[in-house]
Design a protein around this ligand. Structure first.
Ligand SMILES: [Ca+2]
Ligand SMILES: [Ca+2]
Ligand SMILES: [Ca+2]
Ligand SMILES: [Ca+2]
Length: 373
């Protein structure tokens, strides 16, 4: 009898292993159902090793030895809603139970199915945004990009060439990856979306220097036709002079501009002051003597260097300097050639806006003309 017992133990073990493997199938669970009411004898020839004493060889444990033609009366748990599959699973009836399988987009054993957060595996295109949804996910190109968000990449929209930009008609549009920006054209001031004609603050055309409203800090400055960029007069080598009848630095995008011409590419400086008052100013400086284009703080008309960029100059050539208030205490100086080609840019954050008047100072041969805001 020992042999028979050993055989029985092996048989039960194999059955348990088979059931365990079925049960551990990902996304699926087979549940033994309501027992069939018949005692079928379908005559299958499986090798399940059952040890019951009936004459069929299926795995049921009944002891009948019927030879019926199997009018199967097994229960369809799915149809009769006797299953406990998750709402997000599909129930499949089996002769001896039923099977629950999580639907696409869900993960679990069929009895409990959770939404898969597909966004964790970044399924969307580059420059697209993924939004997880119950049972699925959505992809959408980011603002400024266009294309199929489910493909590999959403492409930058060139707003400038498409003409969908919102730049002012007197501004230049520059496309960037995912965005674009607008810059008011020369002679205009503003944030690029709205540009207004710059008003000429000083053309040096009339009067005996220094004239009102300029206030002299250091004497000096010669006005003559030799120094004109526009009209018939410009000024040469003025000492520090400032005026506070105008205020610069109040609005983001506000620009201040001037023309300047160094006699030499290796000497001289021109200080274009802003945030000016009787106690000093800040300035953007054209500096051939140190081959720089840079900012200074001129508290009490002293000289404290701030952000600087390297810049070489050609003597006898006019340069256009544009200063823009960027907001948040940040100012940007832009240096253009005589034909309005952008040569260099320097940006400095002074921490505070400090709106104020304007100022000028030059030494060692620099002509200045046409200050506009
Ligand atoms: Ca069933
Ligand atoms: Ca999902
Ligand atoms: Ca763009
Ligand atoms: Ca002039």
């Amino acid at each position: 009898m020992k042999t028979k017992n050993t055989f029985r133990i092996i048989a039960i073990s194999l059955l348990l292993i088979w059931l365990a493997q079925l049960g551990s199938c990902a996304n699926t669970t087979i549940v033994p159902g309501v027992p069939d009411s018949d005692s079928d004898s379908d005559g299958d020839s499986d090798s399940d090793g059952d040890t019951d004493s009936d004459t069929d060889s299926d795995s049921d444990t009944d002891t009948d030895s019927d030879t019926d033609s199997d009018s199967d009366t097994s229960v369809d748990e799915c149809e009769e809603e006797l299953d406990d599959c998750d709402d997000n699973a599909t129930c499949t009836d089996l002769p001896d139970g039923f099977e629950c399988e999580c639907n696409s987009g869900y993960d679990g054993d069929g009895l409990i199915c959770d939404d898969i957060d597909e966004c964790l595996t970044t399924p969307c295109a580059t420059n697209a945004e993924c939004t997880n949804t119950d049972g699925d996910y959505d992809c959408a190109c980011l603002t400024g990009y266009d294309g199929d968000p489910y493909s590999t990449i959403c492409d930058d929209i060139d707003e400038c060439s498409l003409g969908t930009d919102l730049c002012d008609v007197n501004a230049t549009c520059t496309n960037t990856d995912g965005d674009y920006y607008c810059t008011c054209n020369s002679g205009y001031s503003g944030d690029g979306f709205t540009c207004v004609v710059s008003s000429l603050l000083e053309d040096f055309e009339t009067g005996t220097w220094p004239w009102s409203p300029w206030v002299t800090v250091d004497t000096g400055g010669t006005v003559s036709s030799s120094y004109a960029h526009d009209g018939s007069r410009g000024i040469f080598n003025p000492g520090w002079h400032y005026r506070t009848d105008v205020t610069f630095g109040t609005t983001t995008g506000q620009t201040l501009s001037v023309w300047a011409r160094p006699d030499s590419g290796t000497s001289g400086r021109f200080y274009f002051g802003f945030s000016a008052s009787s106690s000093g100013c800040r300035s953007i400086i054209l500096a051939p003597n140190t081959t720089q284009f840079f900012f200074q703080t001129n508290t009490s008309w002293g000289y404290t260097a701030q952000t600087s960029v390297s810049q070489s100059y050609t003597g006898g050539t006019w340069y256009y300097i544009e200063l823009e208030y960027m907001g948040g205490g940040q100012y940007q100086g832009r240096l253009y050639s005589s034909t309005m080609t952008l040569l260099n840019t320097v940006t400095h954050n002074f921490g505070t806006a400090s709106p104020g008047g304007i100022a000028i100072r030059a030494f060692n041969g620099v002509s200045i003309d046409s200050i506009s805001m």
